[in-house]
Ligand binder design. Structure first.
Ligand SMILES: [Zn+2]
Length: 442
């Protein structure tokens, strides 16, 4: 049986017109009583007209048919699937609930069931349409599950429980992971070879059910130089995971390779002074120019000055000013002499100074800032620090949050997918294209 498209269009036209008329009448009568402000009237119109989209979508879906092909189909187990009946399903769409009728098949050999239409629409095992899943995922990536649920209810009338949010975003976070590298490769593929290619990483503490853990975050970015030779940062991508330095180094290296590191003119590794970063740099990026982030190094000096003289004392300011300037000029020998001249009867302060001397000695070849600046390299980017805040802390370190390993990782990868601009590529591959099925009515 084939339907008539013109009849369907006419039915929809009538329903839409009726809805529009009812919404208008109610808005006007609300204004007559003078009891509502514009916001209330506006929300009412929105809520009343939202189902119009649902009517249109439902009618369009009807034209796909119910997914029934033949009465019998082969099953993956080797048995036969038999058509049982049409079963209804309520889809949660951007426009509210939409009803679907779809053919149900069952295999008596292995006991499995199948809804071909659900598979064709990408709603197998879920009542949320891909577009609804997207808004949920984006809200969850940005704010706590409970707040995301409240937010979507408020702004678009989508009422889902906190648990539904958590389950869906967890599943999507798992689904985004396998092709992360391919999407990264595709994203930068069309770019010309980079002049400078930076790799930067850091750790950030997150509270988990097993106590505080330190996931690692890496940033890979490109830079060119302006006419004065100053570096300008180009596209940036983040990678993060909770794992040891060794596998994380490999993850970072794979990403850098996928993004075209080999074609870059120069490679630089930027980090704070943490030894794991430099071990990783030696092993995975042996050609990379190693640079301790200037602001991290300067922060060490300022902590020292604060400890020795107190926050606002003018000797502290004088000492810090001169020490920072030595550091900026890459005069690490003079800086070390200045550090060694600091004396105190207090043992804790002497210990602090000793640690600082060790830090600046150990990293002195990574602090030739005069040379790096002449070469047109960034001496500190703030990119990875900003990433620790924006990628991790912002979402995962709100008060009272404690994460399970899986819950944290899945959401972290979902967030990376969105922040790296990969969501559309993911969704294109993840959700099937809609296409009339063989038994379509139209
Ligand atoms: Zn079977």
């Amino acid at each position: 049986m084939r339907g008539n498209l013109e009849e369907l269009v006419e039915q929809v036209r009538r329903k839409v017109a009726d809805t529009a008329e009812a919404a208008l009448r109610q808005a006007v009568s609300g204004m007559r009583t003078g009891e509502e402000n514009l916001g209330q009237v506006e929300r009412q119109v929105r809520d009343q007209t939202r189902p119009v989209g649902g009517v249109i979508l439902e009618a369009a879906l009807q034209t796909m048919g119910n997914g029934k092909e033949r009465c019998h189909r082969p099953c993956a187990c080797g048995g036969t699937m038999r058509y049982v009946s049409d079963r209804p399903k309520t889809l949660q769409t951007l426009f509210g609930a939409v009803e679907l009728r779809r053919a149900y098949y069952h295999c008596s050999n292995c006991g499995s069931g199948d809804f071909p239409l659900d598979r064709a629409l990408g709603v197998e095992g879920t009542s949320l349409t891909p577009a609804t899943q997207e808004v949920v995922a984006w809200a969850d990536a940005e704010m706590a599950y409970g707040r995301a649920a409240q937010f979507l209810e408020r702004v678009m009338g989508l009422c889902l429980s906190k648990d539904t949010h958590e389950t869906l975003s967890g599943d999507l976070g798992e689904a985004v992971q396998p092709k992360e590298l391919e999407r990264a490769r595709a994203a930068w593929d069309a770019l010309p070879p980079a002049e400078d290619f930076y790799i930067s990483c850091d750790g950030v503490k997150v509270n988990t059910l097993d106590g505080w853990k330190e996931p690692k975050l890496g940033a890979v970015f490109r830079a060119a130089r302006d006419e004065k030779g100053e570096p300008i940062r180009g596209p940036t991508r983040y990678v993060a995971h909770r794992e040891e330095a060794e596998p994380f180094g490999q993850r970072l290296w794979q990403l850098a390779e996928a993004l075209g590191m080999r074609r870059a003119r120069r490679v630089a590794v930027l980090g704070d002074g943490a030894p794991w970063i430099w071990n990783l740099a030696h092993f995975y990026f042996p050609e990379g120019i190693q640079i301790v982030d200037f602001y991290h190094a300067a922060e060490r000096l300022s902590e020292l000055a604060k400890a020795f003289w107190g926050e606002t004392a003018s000797p502290a300011k004088r000492w810090l000013g001169s020490a920072r300037s030595l550091l900026h000029q890459g005069k690490t020998s003079a800086l070390l002499r200045a550090l060694k001249r600091l004396t105190s009867p207090r043992k804790d302060l002497r210990d602090l100074r000793r640690k600082a001397v060790a830090y600046f000695t150990e990293n002195r070849h990574r602090m030739r800032y005069d040379r790096f600046r002449k070469m047109g390299l960034f001496i500190g980017s703030g990119v990875v620090e900003a990433g620790c805040k924006s990628v991790v802390a912002h979402r995962f370190k709100q008060s009272g949050m404690r994460w399970s390993e899986k819950g944290f990782l899945n959401l972290l990868h979902l967030r990376l997918c969105i922040l790296n601009g990969d969501w559309d590529a993911f969704a294109r591959a993840h959700y099937p294209r809609v296409q009339n099925l063989p038994a379509a009515y139209f």
